[in-house]
Design a protein around this ligand. Structure first.
Ligand SMILES: [Fe+2]
Ligand SMILES: [Fe+2]
Length: 389
């Protein structure tokens, strides 16, 4: 058996893997140390082998190599389905990653779609207990009902009594038909956001609430801006356009060192995680206006949800542009995720609900996504970007 790995750029995991395992049926690729796959990480890929035992896999999407990994391991399954062969290839030093210290740790979850069974949601919230802050990127409940938001408030208080939680609304957070009490902010999503604002203030967070529904929270070197771009009829639109003016002001008024974190349920068309042509229909009615504001700014991370896509899709869930000064992340889903891939063999846990960790250090943004059910980390959802300047 043999494995050849060609890496393309130091600090980046993009690479080509060529496997030769005579008589093998399929091979699984893992990031590994000098003896075995690194613990707690899912495979990189499962590749069918040709009758001559050959297989090739191209890893694209500018992921990173986890710091624990010093080797790549290929494990081939032989025709009796019991025997396996393994081959370890070292990762050359310039391509390995160093360990980062934890600094500011944010957890991000999206698309919880709570109905009346909160078990999965409790499990997701418990996985955020190490974080300084939890961000919720919309579709928090399934039908926008006041009872569902009440249940979610209980779950948060029960599982994360010491963690501030910042939300934005998704298209499922308002009932399909208008309900006056909710439109007036007396129940449903608006009062849930209000409740979390009061709660965050009790933890000493500085929360600037705009009458449009948007808000900004200042914490250390971060300015976190919440945009609630959703309304009845399952629409992704700003109820009040003033939210965009608020965003522009908040981004422009930052100090030189402040990193902007923008939370909005809808992905932007130009950063569509499905990478459809740019002629596709935007998710958000004010997509163009919002994109224009962002194109004039730097040093921010834009977090979206809505797609329920697995971060294991070949193109990946995160991208950075303009020398890393703008990062766009589509954050997966607490509900089972969608893979949209032609790959014939995929591990079953790649469709699990996901939780994303953002570790923000002096120089680096580290993104790790894992399965809510098992806590297994996904190599295809591990990124490191230089801290936007
Ligand atoms: Fe959703
Ligand atoms: Fe949605």
């Amino acid at each position: 058996m043999n494995l050849t790995v060609t890496f393309q750029t130091p600090g980046c995991a993009d690479s080509t893997f060529i496997i030769k395992a005579k008589g093998g049926l399929a091979a699984t690729l893992y990031w590994a140390d000098e003896t075995a796959p690194i613990e707690g990480w899912s495979p990189l890929a499962i590749i069918p082998l040709t009758p001559s035992g050959q297989g090739i896999f191209h890893l694209t999407g500018k992921r990173s190599i986890p710091p624990e990994a010093t080797h790549v391991l290929a494990r081939a399954i032989m025709p009796d389905l019991c025997r396996r062969e393994e081959f370890l290839a070292p990762i050359p030093t310039p391509y390995r990653s160093s360990f980062l210290k934890k600094k500011t740790s944010l957890c991000v979850i999206s698309d919880l779609h709570l109905t009346n069974h909160p078990g999965k949601i409790r499990q997701a919230l418990l996985r955020a207990s190490h974080a300084d802050l939890l961000l919720l990127i919309g579709d928090l409940v399934n039908d926008g009902l006041p009872d569902q938001f009440e249940m979610l408030s209980h779950c948060i208080q029960e599982t994360l009594p010491g963690t501030p939680v910042l939300p934005v609304a998704g298209n499922h957070d308002y009932p399909i038909s208008p309900v006056p009490r909710i439109s007036e902010g007396l129940s449903g999503y608006p009062s849930f956001q209000d409740h979390l604002m009061q709660r965050a203030k009790e933890y000493g967070l500085n929360w600037n609430q705009d009458p449009s529904g948007a808000y900004a929270v200042y914490t250390g070197p971060l300015k976190i801006i919440g945009l609630s771009a959703a309304t009845h009829w399952r629409k992704l639109t700003f109820q009040k356009e003033r939210q965009l003016t608020f965003l522009e002001q908040q981004l422009s008024d930052r100090t030189k060192n402040e990193l902007g974190i923008i939370m909005c349920h809808a992905p932007l068309l130009a950063h569509n995680p499905q990478r459809k042509p740019k002629t596709a229909h935007p998710y958000l009615t004010k997509d163009n206006a919002l994109q224009k504001i962002l194109d004039a700014q730097k040093k921010f991370i834009y977090l979206s949800g809505h797609t329920h896509l697995s971060p294991n899709i070949p193109a990946g869930c995160a991208e950075h542009e303009s020398a890393g000064s703008r990062i766009y992340i589509n954050t997966g889903s607490v509900r089972p995720t969608d893979l949209k891939t032609n790959e014939p063999l995929i591990p079953s846990d790649w469709k699990d609900g996901t939780i994303l960790d953002l570790n923000i250090t002096e120089e680096t943004i580290e993104i790790t996504t894992k399965s809510i059910q098992t806590g297994t980390k996904y190599p295809r959802a591990y990124y490191r970007f230089p801290l936007p300047q």
